[in-house]
Design a protein around this ligand. Structure first.
Ligand SMILES: Nc1ncnc2c1ncn2[C@@H]1O[C@H](COP(=O)(O)OP(=O)(O)O)[C@@H](O)[C@H]1O
Ligand SMILES: [Mg+2]
Length: 218
């Protein structure tokens, strides 16, 4: 089983939105996905309740229980755990960062988000955790200078995963109905985008696996 965590202290950057749609896209691609909601706001528990299906189970887990929970999920045949965290540094974010094979830091292309990303990057570095950035909620005209600057800044900080994720109504509508963007509008631009994001994440996870395993302290 592989574990990814959406982390960044910046609230509103899109952790829960991307986690839910990515979970659905990975499920559709054949993964057995389990979502762990570590945010006390419980966005994804609410999402699952609205969804009303058990195809992508969601559960909240305390930091202390995380390693045992992940071990149990692996034993039960899950192939992918996706952890959503709160928009704050703290015990749960750190537990998730340590447990994840790959941490994903969503950032909007504005200076406050970029500064917050830098803070999160420092924390991840100090934990020696694997991470990538994803630029989210980019304005529709992709090639604006602001987006390019944001992309360059994140690239310089340690790696930007493709694609750039644009601000699209589908993300909001899908979340509201307990769906992923690939379900609400399977051929829409957001669906194409999130499938591409899953491909990138999967490739990145495979790369991590190919390396000698790095044992992190629990
Ligand atoms: N790519 C996107 N396009 C449009 N709206 C988005 C996108 N990503 C996030 N949002 C919206 O931004 C807000 C914050 O997203 P959320 O996932 O709750 O962030 P976080 O979990 O990091 O606090 C929500 O209203 C969500 O619908
Ligand atoms: Mg959230």
């Amino acid at each position: 089983m592989r574990t990814i965590a959406f982390v960044t202290q910046k609230g509103g950057s899109g952790k829960s939105t991307l986690a839910s749609s990515l979970a659905v896209a990975a499920h559709e691609a054949g993964e057995r996905v389990f979502v762990i909601d570590m945010d006390p706001q419980h966005s994804l528990l609410s999402w699952a309740k609205t969804r009303g299906l058990d195809d992508v189970p969601v559960s909240s887990v305390t930091p202390g229980r995380l390693p045992a929970t992940l071990a149990a999920l692996e034993k039960n045949g899950f192939t992918l755990a996706i952890i959503d965290t709160a928009g704050a540094e703290g015990g749960s974010a750190e537990a998730a960062m340590k447990a994840a094979d790959l941490n994903i830091i969503p950032s909007r292309p504005n200076i406050f988000d970029l500064w917050a990303s830098e803070q999160t990057r420092k924390t991840l570095k100090s934990l020696r955790a694997e991470f990538v950035f994803v630029l989210n909620q980019c304005p529709p005209a992709q090639q604006t200078a602001r987006v390019e600057e944001g992309a360059a800044a994140l690239e310089a900080m340690g790696g930007l995963i493709t694609p750039l994720v644009l601000a699209r109504v589908d993300y909001q509508e899908a979340a509201r109905h307990g769906w992923g963007v690939t379900e609400i509008n399977p051929h829409g631009a957001a669906a194409v985008e999130i499938k591409a994001l899953w491909s990138s994440v999967k490739r990145r996870l495979a790369r991590g696996k190919a390396k000698a395993p790095v044992r992190r302290a629990a």
